[in-house]
Every structure is written in C-alpha cells, then in structure tokens.
Design a protein around this ligand. Structure first.
Ligand SMILES: [Zn+2]
Length: 265
C-alpha cells in the first residue's frame, strides 16, 4: 500500500512533466527536469513529490519564480488515485489497465483545463493502446451485463475489439453530431476524445460515459454561470468532464448499466 502511494506520487511527478512539455512540443524524456523560468537543472531534493513544493513554499530555489499550484495537486491526486485503484481492483491486469487510463485522463484533464486543447499526440497513441488492450484483455471491454443476455458478443477473441470499435465509432459520431448542434461548442479535440473513450470502455458503456460527462458538464456550467464565474458566452473546456465520466464508467459502468437494465425490464 505504502509502496503504491510512493509509486503514484512519483508517476504524478512524471505526469506534471508531460503536462508541462507536451503542449509546448518538447520531449518528455530529455532534457532532465529544470526550472522553466531560469532553466536551472533541478536536483533530486527539488523533485520529491509534494514535499519539495511545501519546503520551497511553491517557488523555484534559484530564481524564486512561482511553481504552479497544479504541480502538488497532480502529484497528490495521482498518489491517492493509485492507492484507491489498488483497493478497488486488487493486483491484476484490470489494475494495470485502469492505472494507464487514470494517468491518461489526468494528462488530458489538466492540459485541456490549462490550454483548452486535447492533443492528437496524446489521443492517437492512446487509441492504439486501447485497441491492443481490447484484443488481449477482451473481458475488460465487454460489459458482463450485456454478455449474459446477448449472443452478439460470442465472437471469441474478436469480441473485445468489436465492442471497442463500436464504442469508439459511437463516441465519435455522437460528439460529431453534438459539435454541429452546438455550432462548435464541442471542439475537434472533444470529438476525438469521445472516440478514444468509446474505445476504452467499449459498447454499450460508451453511452453511460458520455451521459455522465454531459450531466456533470451541464451541472458545473450552470453553477459557474449562476455564480457569475463564467459568462454565458465563454467556452468551458469539456475534456475534464469527459475524463471524469470515463473514469467513473471504468469503475462503476457495469453497475450503472445493470441497474438501468433492471429498471426497464
Ligand atoms: Zn527558476
């Protein structure tokens, strides 16, 4: 457990590097960590997750420029997320897959929040990984709630990738339609991200994932407008809601679907 918390904190620190460098078109492996202001290379004592930030009071040791508050938040969230997922799944393939998506969604969440961007170089490779996962671990992409009822998924090893592809295409089409209906309220990045989520959660969970994101996005948008934190005309990044909806679906999608099916039958 403690090891997993540490692992999460260290991975969170790496996610910060990705979040800083990917939108700036920099490599995430080289050069080593440095202050973005004074370019001074950071030593290990400045790279300890959360503690370095607290000890340095949120400023660079050398030039005193402010370190974004996001840095310790991402580290803490990743650490807590890692431990929570370990408790939720126990050790196994499901844990590994959910950790991958969790990290991916954090990167997309924060970059979209800060830059209003969902990057192709994040989405495309992840889509390939989602397809590979669906081939080797089809049981993770097929909803048991549906598998019991229908023979649609009696396709052997191909069932995972079929579920995954239908989910991906459905997510893509729904958001493509939404972007036309909202006249650009949904960006190109949101459409691709919805497709990626479809690939990750498969059919039919993609519908639950999108529904959760839209409900959450709607509630938050209403609160922001109600308290005048955002104007009616200002755009709100939708990526974070897609990310939360998808993560919730990975964790509880089958329960939500099972509950829904029991309601209508
Ligand atoms: Zn500095």
């Amino acid at each position: 457990m403690a090891v997993f918390l540490l692992l999460g904190l260290v991975v969170g620190s790496f996610l910060n590097v990705c979040i800083d460098r990917l939108p700036a078109k920099q490599s995430i492996v080289a050069p080593p960590s440095h202050c973005p202001e004074c370019k001074k290379r950071l030593a290990v004592r400045d790279l300890i997750p959360i503690f370095s930030y607290l000890l340095l009071k949120g400023r660079c040791r050398y030039c005193k420029s402010a370190i974004p508050k996001r840095v310790p938040f991402v580290e803490a969230a990743t650490g807590i997320g890692f431990v929570s997922l370990l408790c939720f799944y126990g050790v196994g393939a499901e844990l590994a897959v959910s950790l991958f998506y969790f990290c991916l969604f954090i990167i997309i969440f924060v970059i979209d929040l800060e830059h209003h961007l969902i990057l192709n170089k994040v989405v495309y490779p992840s889509a390939v990984i989602a397809l590979i996962i669906s081939i080797f671990l089809p049981q993770l992409t097929i909803s048991p709630a549906l598998a019991i009822e229908s023979h649609f998924f009696d396709l052997g090893w191909a069932s995972g990738i079929v579920s995954c592809l239908i989910g991906g295409i459905a997510g893509f089409i729904i958001f493509f339609a939404l972007s036309i209906l909202t006249r650009g309220g949904m960006g190109e990045g949101d459409i691709k991200m919805a497709g990626l989520i479809g690939l990750a959660v498969g059919y039919p969970l993609v519908f639950i994932s999108i529904l959760l994101s839209i409900i959450l996005g709607g509630v938050v948008a209403m609160i922001l407008i109600l308290f005048k934190l955002k104007g009616r005309k200002q755009s709100i990044a939708f990526g974070p809601f897609l990310a939360i909806g998808a993560m919730a679906t990975l964790l509880w999608g089958n329960e939500i679907l099972g509950w829904y099916l029991s309601m209508i039958m």
